[in-house]
Design a protein around this ligand. Structure first.
Ligand SMILES: [Zn+2]
Length: 393
């Protein structure tokens, strides 16, 4: 019997693109990522990796994280990515989003750069290196639900999963190393007053009136944060707060009984989402007391912390050297803060372009594939194959 061999790179990319692994808050669109995980497990096992699957319990279906290890020992290099994609507007695509298509010197398909396409590149990179002795392990992590709740990454942190010492996430960054991004909080304020006839204000307690003070206070808090925190390495150097939508009341001649506001807040590295929430809670409590009204304050989804791996980290330095680019910040959030929370120096670095992600005709230029595979090989060589004592400090 002949030993099964890994399919060619293009076929692996095509197989993953053909599997719908959309994650969505809407149950009609949400798909389990299990078929992608099982496909990856088969390929990594073919190369001799030891594969563990971790169940991730999400709102609509059972999903999985995959942890594939090659080599023994402590430390090591983690290559991480998510297996889900965002939904797509199929009618706006020039080709079928679930069929790998090559045109204009690029591969097209949903998830090709953001970011199922990362895993076949890892397989292709590591395959010729396996004849050498690994001093430190190479660990591949494939997560569930990054595009929605980040529940896959949260599950890794909850389990305090022992992974490696350094981690690279292959999100689309145009081959530039990224060592920081802002966090994301999405919050909801609901003011409960009481309705009544508009002709006599004493017949109710107007929630819209109280919202006027809440809005003023949040805007003041925003200005305060912008004065207090500033990082010139970000395109928008201050933390931001966007008052996104507001709903309240029904008729001009009724006292508004309840009013709801949703806003997002994007903290800089060094700001904790928990502290921010506490400060806002205190400010709202004061307004509630002054206006004898109930104010409810809660997150719309669990927040993502800001992320920073210090520029002096040897891993950031090595990624800079490999790519000939200074590490930068990006405007989008990733799973990096969760990997950092597990004690790893994390860098986000991938071959795609974020401007091509989350929209019709997502693509990966063919010219990026070999240079990126070379980067992965140099990382694996440096952190897993050569002497760990010298290289991983
Ligand atoms: Zn992504």
């Amino acid at each position: 019997m002949s030993t099964p061999v890994l399919p060619p790179l293009r076929d692996m990319l095509a197989s993953l693109i053909a599997i719908n692994s959309i994650s969505s808050a809407s149950p009609q669109l949400d798909q389990s990522n299990q078929p992608v995980i099982h496909q990856l497990a088969t390929w990594f096992e073919l190369l001799g990796f030891k594969v563990d699957l971790m169940p991730v319990h999400t709102a609509h279906s059972k999903k999985l994280n995959l942890i594939a290890r090659y080599g023994e020992g402590h430390g090591g290099l983690v290559l991480a990515g998510h297996t889900d994609t965002v939904p797509c507007d199929e009618h706006l695509w020039q080709s079928n989003p679930f069929q790998l298509t090559e045109r204009d010197n690029a591969y097209f398909g949903l998830g090709i750069c953001d970011m199922k396409g990362f895993f076949p590149l890892i397989l292709e990179a590591v395959k010729p290196l396996l004849s050498q002795k690994f001093q430190c392990p190479l660990i591949v992590v494939a997560t569930a639900d990054e595009e929605t709740s980040m529940d896959g990454a949260r599950a890794l942190v909850e389990a305090q999963q022992k992974l490696g010492r350094f981690a690279l996430i292959g999100e689309p960054t145009n081959m530039k190393p990224i060592n920081m991004h802002k966090g994301i909080m999405m919050e909801r304020v609901v003011i409960h007053g009481s309705s009544g006839h508009s002709s006599d204000p004493s017949l109710g307690n107007n929630a819209l009136d109280a919202m006027y003070y809440v809005l003023g206070d949040l805007i003041q808090f925003r200005q305060q944060l912008a004065k207090q925190f500033n990082n010139p390495l970000f395109t928008v150097p201050s933390p931001t707060m966007n008052l996104g939508c507001i709903h309240g009341g029904d008729n001009p001649n009724r006292i508004c009984g309840s009013c709801e506001l949703a806003f997002d807040l994007r903290p800089l590295p060094g700001m904790s989402t928990e502290n921010l929430r506490e400060s806002i809670q205190k400010r709202l409590a004061l307004i509630a007391e002054q206006h004898s009204i109930d104010i409810e304050f809660n997150p719309l989804f669990p927040s993502v912390e800001a992320f920073e791996t210090p520029a002096q980290s040897p891993f950031v330095q090595f990624c800079q050297q490999l790519t000939q680019h200074e590490a930068e910040s990006v405007a989008f959030a990733t799973e990096a803060p969760f990997l950092n929370a597990l004690g790893m120096d994390t860098v986000v670095l991938g071959p795609g372009d974020i401007a091509k992600a989350h929209q019709p005709d997502e693509c990966l230029p063919l010219s990026r594939i070999n240079p990126f595979i070379k980067i992965l090989q140099r990382l694996i060589h440096h952190y897993c194959i050569t002497s760990p004592n010298v290289q991983t400090t």
